[in-house]
Design a binder for this molecule. Structure first.
Ligand code: CA
Ligand code: CA
Length: 170
């Protein structure tokens, strides 16, 4: 039932979440991503934006663990990811985007230097690079995120792109 294309996609998703590449998705992957983002944009963990990012990262982790950490050992193995998270993604990608929303919103706010409510395409590419995306892919993905091509990436654009990225094809 799982095609080779899907297997490839699922492996890619797992690698996206397993930021430190130790074979498990755990809280550390999320807090490390938050830390990297704050360093990239020169934001402290103690300011409002920094706090929101850490809270969003924790909520994202808790949401993922609630879906996928079957044995409750506070880490999501590849098996747990495939059997728990992927099934949920297939059933309801929008719901999954809701779990990620606070983190995504906070990450955009950290990137949005002039605080006009949207990150530039360049700022968005920097966010993606922080999350381990290689530079050319990050640049292309950030441009694609700007669906209405006004040079700014809004929260709505990020949330809907996130849901699309994590959609399991039929
Ligand atoms: Ca990990
Ligand atoms: Ca587990």
């Amino acid at each position: 039932m799982v095609s080779t294309e899907n297997e490839h996609r699922i492996a890619e998703w797992f690698a996206t979440f397993d930021q430190d590449g130790n074979g498990y998705i755990d809280r550390e992957d999320f807090s490390a991503a938050a830390k990297t983002l704050l360093a990239e944009f020169g934001t402290t963990a103690r300011c409002d934006k920094g706090q929101a990012l850490y809270l969003g990262a924790e909520a994202f982790w808790q949401g993922m663990a609630g879906i996928a950490d079957r044995d409750g050992d506070q880490r999501i193995s590849r098996d747990e990811f495939v059997n728990g998270a992927v099934k949920r993604l297939r059933d309801n990608p929008d719901r999954f985007a809701e779990i990620a929303r606070p983190f995504l919103q906070a990450a955009l706010a950290v990137a949005d230097a002039d605080a006009d409510g949207a990150a530039t395409v360049e700022e968005t590419a920097r966010v993606l690079r922080c999350l381990g995306v290689d530079a050319p892919t990050a640049k292309a993905a950030a441009a694609a995120l700007d669906a209405d091509t006004d040079g700014r990436v809004t929260q709505a654009e990020v949330i809907s792109a996130f849901a699309r990225y994590f959609t399991v094809p039929e």
